[in-house]
Ligand binder design. Structure first.
Ligand code: ADP
Ligand code: MG
Length: 223
C-alpha cells in the first residue's frame, strides 16, 4: 500500500517580481514501511517536496494523497488536524521551542491532540525514553548538545504516534558521531515500528542505509 502519492505535482512560488519553479510534474509514491532517501543539490526542491508531502504546504498543481486522504479536499484546519496525527516532522535546525524544557517541548503536539495533562506527561516520558533523553527532562534546548536537541525533536515527532516521519536534513547540523546516533534512531523507528520515513540528506552513506533513493535536480526527479 502507498502511504504517500504525488501525481503531477508542481509548485511555483510567486512574489511581485519573480516566479520560482520549485517542483515540476513530480510523480512519486512511497510505500508503507519504506525508508526513502531524497537527494539533490541545494535549491532543487527537496524541502518543498517534503512540505507538500507532509501537508505543510499545498502544491500549485497536481494531487497529493496521504494514507488515502487527498490534501486538496481538506480545509486548512482539517489538513492541520490530519497532519498532527499522521505525520511527524524532523528539521535540520530542530525547531524546538527555546523557552520550554525538554518534556514540555515533547508534550506540545499532545496538547493540540487533546490529551489530558497526565496522559501528555506519560506519553512524552515514553517517547523520550525511546530516544534516551529521560535524564534531561527539565533542561532547556540551549543546555543540550545538537545531537540531544535532535533526539528531543524526534521524540516530539513521534509523540502522536504518526505512521509517517518526514526528516529534512536531520543530521545536517550534527557531527558524525551525533549523526550516526540520529540515523540509528530513525532506522529503528522504521524497522521495529514500521514507520514510513522520507529523509532528505546530502550524505551518500546515509542514503545507502535507506531502502531507496530519489534524486532531484532543478525541481525534477532524475533518478
Ligand atoms: P532545497 O530544499 O532542495 O534546497 P527548496 O525546496 O528549499 O530547495 O527550494 C526550491 C526552490 O524554491 C529554490 O529556488 C528556492 O529559492 C525556492 N523557494 C523555496 N521556498 C520559497 C518561498 N517561500 N518563496 C519563494 N521561493 C521559494
Ligand atoms: Mg532544503
Amino acid at each position: 500500500m502507498n502511504v504517500i502519492e504525488l501525481s503531477k505535482v508542481g509548485k511555483i512560488f510567486r512574489t511581485d517580481e519573480v516566479e520560482t519553479l520549485a517542483l515540476e510534474n513530480v510523480n512519486m509514491s512511497v510505500e508503507e514501511g519504506e525508508f526513502l532517501a531524497v537527494m539533490g543539490p541545494s535549491g532543487c526542491g527537496k524541502s518543498t517536496l517534503l512540505n507538500i508531502m507532509g501537508m505543510l504546504d499545498r502544491p500549485t498543481s497536481g494531487t497529493v494523497t496521504v494514507c488515502g486522504v487527498k490534501a486538496g479536499e481538506l480545509s486548512d484546519a482539517r489538513m492541520a488536524e490530519f497532519r498532527n496525527k499522521t505525520i511527524g516532522f524532523v528539521f535540520q535546525s530542530f525547531h524546538l521551542i527555546l523557552s520550554l524544557n525538554v518534556i514540555e517541548n515533547v508534550e506540545m503536539p499532545l496538547l493540540y491532540a487533546g490529551l489530558s495533562a497526565k496522559e501528555r506527561r506519560e506519553r512524552a516520558y515514553q517517547v523520550l525514553e525511546q530516544v534516551g533523553m529521560t535524564h534531561r527532562l527539565r533542561h532547556l534546548p540551549s543546555q543540550l548538545s545538537g545531537g540531544q536537541c535532535q533526539r528531543v525533536a524526534i521524540a516530539r515527532a513521534i509523540a502522536c504516534n504518526p505512521k509517517i516521519i518526514l526528516a529534512d536534513e536531520p543530521t545536517g547540523n550534527l557531527n558524525s558521531e551525533m549523526a550516526a546516533d540520529v540515523m540509528n534512531i530513525l532506522m529503528r523507528l522504521n524497522s521495529e515500528e514500521q514507520r514510513t520515513i522520507v529523509m532528505v540528506t546530502h550524505n551518500e552513506q546515509q542514503a545507502a542505509l535507506a531502502h531507496r533513493t530519489a534524486r532531484f535536480f532543478d525541481g525534477h526527479q532524475v533518478g
